[in-house]
Design a protein around this ligand. Sequence first.
Ligand code: ATP
Length: 238
Amino acid sequence: PVAVPLLELRGLRVAYGAIEALKGIDLTVGEGEIVALLGGNGAGKTTTLRTVSGMLSPRQGEVRLRGERIDGIKSHELVDFGIGHVPEGRRVFARMSVRENLEMGAYRFKGVDSADMDRVYTLFPRLAERRSQLAGTLSGGEQQMLAIGRALMSRPELLLLDEPSMGLAPLIVEQIFVIIREINEQGTTVLLVEQNATQALGLAQRGYVLETGSVAVSGPAQDLLADPRIRAAYLGEV
Ligand code: ATP
C-alpha cells in the first residue's frame, strides 16, 4: 500500500529537435516534500520543469499528478491542476506594478482574493512596501520574490522553482530559501532546481542529480551531502 506521489515522472524523454535533453527520467515528489533537482549547465533541469508545467511535451514517458496523466495538457490549463511555475530568470511584467503582477498570478480565479494578496505581502513585506512600484524597477532579489509571490496567487499545490538563487547576493539567497521553507511549511510541495547544490540540499528532504539528461544519483538530501564522491563531482568541492 504505497501512497500515490503528488508528482511522478516515468521514463521521461524530451527533445528539442535532434537534441535529446532528457533521456529517460524517473523522479517522484511526495506530498509536502521539498525535492532538489541538481546538476550542471545543460543537464536538463529547466527542461524537466518545463515538461511538468506543460510548456514542453515529452517524446516518451509519463508525467503523473496524483496518479493522473497530465503530459499533453497545456500549461495554462495545468494552473487549474495546482501547478505553479516560477521560471528561470523570473520574467516579471516589468511595466506593471507589483500589485498588478500579483493580480496576474490569480488569473485562474474570477477575481483576486485579498487573502491571497495578504498572504504574499506577509511572506514578503518588501513587496507590500513596494506594491505600487513598477516591477522593472525592483532589485533582482525583489523580482525573484515577486515571481514567487505571483505563482502563489494561483494557490499551487506543487510549486516549481527554477534557480531562485540565480544572480543574487548570498544574503538575499538565504532570505529567499527561508521563505521557500515557510511556503512549504504552509502546505505547498516544492520541486526546486538549483545550481547552488549545498544550500538546496540543506532545504530539501531528497535530491536528484541530473547529468546530461539522466539521473546520475538520487537519495535523501543528508546522504547526498555526506557522500564524498558526490561532494567532489556535484557540489564543487575537490
Ligand atoms: P541551465 O542551468 O544551463 O539552465 P539545465 O540543466 O536547466 O541547465 P536545460 O536548459 O534543460 O539544462 O538544457 C538541457 C539540454 O537541452 C542542453 O543540452 C541544452 O543545450 C538543450 N536545450 C535547452 N533548451 C533548448 C532549446 N530551446 N533548443 C535547443 N536545445 C535546447
